[in-house]
Design a protein around this ligand. Structure first.
Ligand SMILES: [Zn+2]
Length: 248
């Protein structure tokens, strides 16, 4: 019997392949029964992640093209397009208009639109999306390509205004949240606005300073407090959502 929905952590956005010993991280997440979406940053990295995830039940590898790497790696877009039909899981993709990456912004938009149009056409993808200083533009691309109609967009570390959060909800987006973002004022706003059924937890490890993959206790506690629920009830609810989204 399959018991993926049994309570346990959900890490819907982390980078296992950025650890020196990625296989150890895959093994650790699997042993902890952590439902994990292991995102990647370039199409070339996907094959070895898919290989590691192949015989694991709880860890899933996603095909990515990180906006911060588009300047150097846009040429891998054709590889992305070649691999996309082979997986349900896409990420990390998106846009980044932070100062460091703004020079490549126009190219990022071309790549992200191509990626989302392809996902919309193929359908049934779960897409983990980065949106630094680009909440509005990211939602516009989702809407314009129609990706929200055939796929599930999951907005990762979504730092946005109330109006943008409501727009994302109208499009049926899900949200993966981490402790660091929830401690900021906009994070609290996000928690007040989003129904618990559309929330997932993430670490974005190794990019959140003190979190290892799967370490979502802090985020669970904050969600539980906001909704006046036990940690275990929140954990179970999020586990159910993740199980449904990740089902093959
Ligand atoms: Zn990330």
């Amino acid at each position: 019997m399959c018991d993926e929905s049994r309570p346990g952590p959900v890490d819907f956005h982390c980078h296992l392949d950025l650890y020196q010993n990625m296989e150890a991280e895959y093994t650790r997440c699997e042993a902890a029964r952590c439902l994990t979406l292991a995102v990647t940053t370039t199409p070339k990295a996907f094959a070895r992640n898919a290989e590691m995830a192949r015989n694991r039940r709880f860890v899933h590898a996603a095909l990515g093209m990180h906006p911060q790497l588009v300047a150097q790696r846009a040429s891998e877009l054709s590889l992305f397009e070649e691999l996309a039909p082979s997986t349900r899981y896409i990420g990390e993709v998106g846009l980044d208009a932070g100062r460091r990456f703004y020079p490549s912004f126009e190219r990022q938009k071309l790549v992200f639109e191509r990626v989302m149009a392809l996902c919309a056409r193929l359908g049934e993808k779960v897409i983990s999306i980065h949106s630094i200083r680009t909440a509005k533009q990211v939602l516009d691309v989702i809407e314009k390509t129609g990706a929200h109609r055939t796929c599930v967009p999951v907005l990762h570390w979504f730092n946005a205004s109330g109006a943008e959060i409501r727009h994302a909800l109208e499009l049926g987006c899900y949200f993966s949240v981490n402790e660091q973002m929830l401690l900021a004022p906009r994070g609290r706003n996000l928690l007040e606005t989003i129904p618990i059924e559309q929330l997932l937890t993430e670490t974005d490890a190794p990019f959140q300073s003190d979190k290892a993959p799967g370490d979502v206790h802090g985020a669970i506690r904050l969600i539980a407090k906001e909704h006046n629920l036990d940690d275990s009830a929140v954990e179970a609810r999020i586990r159910r959502t993740a199980t449904e989204l990740l089902a093959e």
